[in-house]
Design a protein around this ligand. Structure first.
Ligand SMILES: [Zn+2]
Length: 281
């Protein structure tokens, strides 16, 4: 994705370091970060040449690498704002931007306590997306997504997809159904909610290319690889309170890739009704 020098969202809330989270990269972690910096177009040598034994250098090293990620996430979030604002306009609706909270270690969300182990999630109560940037390393190393910056864009766009569901009233409808359902029945609905967020991420990617021409060859494959990597075998610690059901099932890897691709190919919101899709009943 071509992102350098483009507008960054003003809706990033940077809580890293505020909650006692400790950022320290070195050794293999340093190499991973360097790889990510490389994919974002930075110079990994600048990262790797800094001596870990030099305390002040190490601090600026952690800041620099994280800020590259932060800048990238800021551009992706800005693109979601532009595109969803435009799509909501075309539906004669008003889009309100979500906030995106970057945290390290742990933080308090409107839906309860969140830790890095929670994974990225969206909280409908405060309309904020929560991401610990270490998840992006995990995506590659633990879940086996291919390297590449657009995997991260997919994650951000999926969480923003939950915000879109919230604004469209879908989240409330699903919550109302939840109250009358067995857990098993609700899990099926939860999968549909997740797959629709993947579909919305695909719709966003469609318009990011159509309106801004910023995708690189291979970006969609990177997103599909990430979607494949975070199928419902993904481990997740439950958080307290009411969180978008990322702690529950998300659908199989094949389903996740299918719905992202459908959104990307069609760019047509009306084709994203996962709730009435025969293949999911
Ligand atoms: Zn989700």
């Amino acid at each position: 994705m071509q992102w350098r020098g483009r507008r960054e969202s003003g809706n990033i809330e940077d809580r890293r370091g505020i909650t006692g989270g400790h950022v320290a990269f070195g050794g293999i972690g340093g190499l991973i970060i360097a790889a990510i910096v490389y994919f974002l177009g930075g110079n990994p040598n600048q990262v790797l040449q800094q001596s870990p034994s030099d305390q002040s250098t190490q601090n600026s090293y952690a800041d620099n690498t994280n800020d590259t990620l932060k800048d990238y996430v800021g551009v992706v979030l800005a693109d979601t704002e532009d595109i969803w604002d435009s799509l909501f306009n075309s539906m004669h609706k008003q889009y309100t931007d979500p906030k995106l909270v970057l945290f390290s270690g742990e933080t308090q969300a409107g839906c309860g306590y969140a830790s890095a182990a929670t994974g990225p999630f969206y909280c409908p109560t405060d309309q904020k997306v929560y991401i610990d940037l270490s998840f992006f390393n995990e995506l590659t190393n633990r879940f086996g997504a291919s390297n590449g910056d657009f995997a991260m864009a997919y994650v951000v766009a999926h969480e923003v997809g939950h915000h879109v569901q919230n604004l469209l009233g879908i989240t409330d409808q699903v919550d109302a159904m939840h109250a009358k359902m067995s857990n098993e029945a609700y899990n099926k609905i939860s999968v549909k909610l997740e797959l629709q967020a993947d579909f919305f991420a695909g719709v966003w990617a469609h318009y990011d290319q159509k309106m801004k021409h910023v995708l690189d060859a291979g970006d969609i494959d990177e997103a599909l690889s990430a979607a494949n990597a975070v199928g419902d075998d993904r481990l997740q610690k439950e958080t307290q309170g009411r969180v978008m059901p990322d702690a529950f099932t998300h659908g199989t890897s094949a389903q996740r890739m299918y719905w992202f691709k459908k959104g990307y190919t069609t760019g047509d919101i009306s084709q994203g009704d996962t709730f009435n899709d025969a293949s999911l009943n």
